[in-house]
Design a protein around this ligand. Structure first.
Ligand SMILES: [Zn+2]
Length: 349
């Protein structure tokens, strides 16, 4: 005999396991080994009253009629599990006849909250296609769960103090698909993802801002790449915002120019072969061996070495903290770069 365990029938056990409480309880179950599924029927106790789902009427309403509903629940071991219930509709003094909320699912969903939670957790690590395969659900139904919660999370984001916009492109599927991320730079949070990197994507973003009651005029600063479709879109929607090109994008332009200089010079001077990364890497990231080689190359009278000095000088610009000094420095740098007789550097400057 087992001690300490109160006798409990199957139905009460499932009521407990599902976490439902009065007036709800499990009233029937059917387990089919052949079909690999478990069906549980929930019902409310006779004479139960329910609160109105839409208003704050304190008086609970009597059941008007019921609707049969089914929800997919977490598997019971390998068995797909479904909950069934007749969901009451009540007559509310203020709102009329309303379907009540059930504690195990959100309104309108064909899944229980626990099943949705499982999908949300797994979707962080798995593709929806894999998840659909694993749960034997149609991918579209799973997408609807994700869309619901993503939209809810987006609505909860407070954009009242949003004033610095970052725009960044990125690619998916090895560069075959481009996307644009719009973020709040103060909170480092992505607030909109747009498809593509054309002007239309900027328009989509402002359309989304409008739907979230955000006035574009509150954006004071935009940080983005030197990419015409973005700049055109910004010019259209943000006439007064300050456009900032960030260090990463500026340095990547100057690095590209430097590499063009090196490649051209390499055709005449083989000493530059296989030296590409020496010039492009940050000096502090070079290995001792690379440092020695770069030092010997720098001592030669090379166009690449001059372009490299121009690049390093530009990188030092971001170390200057005093605005007036920074402007003067940038002017001197520009003058130097544009008189370098290195065409790619002139164009980049
Ligand atoms: Zn009501």
């Amino acid at each position: 005999m087992t001690k300490g365990i109160a006798p409990m029938d199957e139905l009460s056990l499932f009521t407990l396991a599902l976490g439902v409480s009065k007036p709800w309880q499990v009233v029937d179950l059917k387990f089919s080994k052949e079909q690999g599924r478990l069906d549980l029927w929930l019902d409310f106790q006779k004479g139960a009253k329910f609160p109105c789902p839409t208003c704050s009427e304190t008086k609970e309403g009597d059941v008007h009629d019921t609707l049969d509903r089914t929800w997919r629940h977490l598997n019971f071991f390998q068995y797909e599990t479904f909950l069934h219930a007749r969901v009451p509709r009540i007559r509310c003094g203020q709102c009329g006849v309303k379907q009540v909320d059930v504690p195990w699912a959100r309104p309108g969903s064909g899944f229980t909250l626990l099943f949705e939670l499982l999908v949300l957790s797994l979707a962080r690590e798995m593709s929806v296609a894999a998840l659909a395969e694993m749960t034997s659900e149609h991918a579209n139904r799973l997408w609807r769960i994700l869309e619901h919660y993503v939209e809810r999370a987006r609505k909860a984001v407070d954009l009242s103090t949003f004033h610095q916009l970052g725009i960044d492109e990125f690619s998916l599927r090895k560069g075959h698909v481009y996307m644009t991320a719009f973020s709040d730079l103060d909170t480092s949070r992505v607030i909109f993802l747009g498809e593509g990197r054309k002007k239309g994507v900027v328009e989509d973003f402002f359309e989304d801002l409008r739907s979230r009651d955000v006035d574009p005029a509150q954006i004071e600063v935009v940080c983005c790449d030197m990419w015409d479709p973005y700049l055109n879109g910004i010019g259209k929607f943000l006439k007064k915002a300050l456009v900032v090109f960030d260090r990463f994008h500026v340095m990547s332009q100057i690095n590209q120019a430097l590499e063009i200089v090196r490649r051209r010079e390499q055709r005449e001077n083989s000493v530059l072969k296989k030296s590409r990364f020496l010039w492009l890497k940050n000096p502090q990231n070079l290995t001792a061996h690379q440092e020695t080689r770069l030092a010997s190359l720098k001592s030669l009278d090379l166009k690449t070495a001059r372009a490299y000095q121009i690049k390093l000088a530009l990188a030092r610009f971001w170390e200057i903290r005093d605005p007036a000094e920074a402007i003067a420095y940038l002017k001197r740098w520009y003058n130097w770069a544009t008189h370098s007789r290195l065409e790619p550097m002139i164009r980049a400057a």
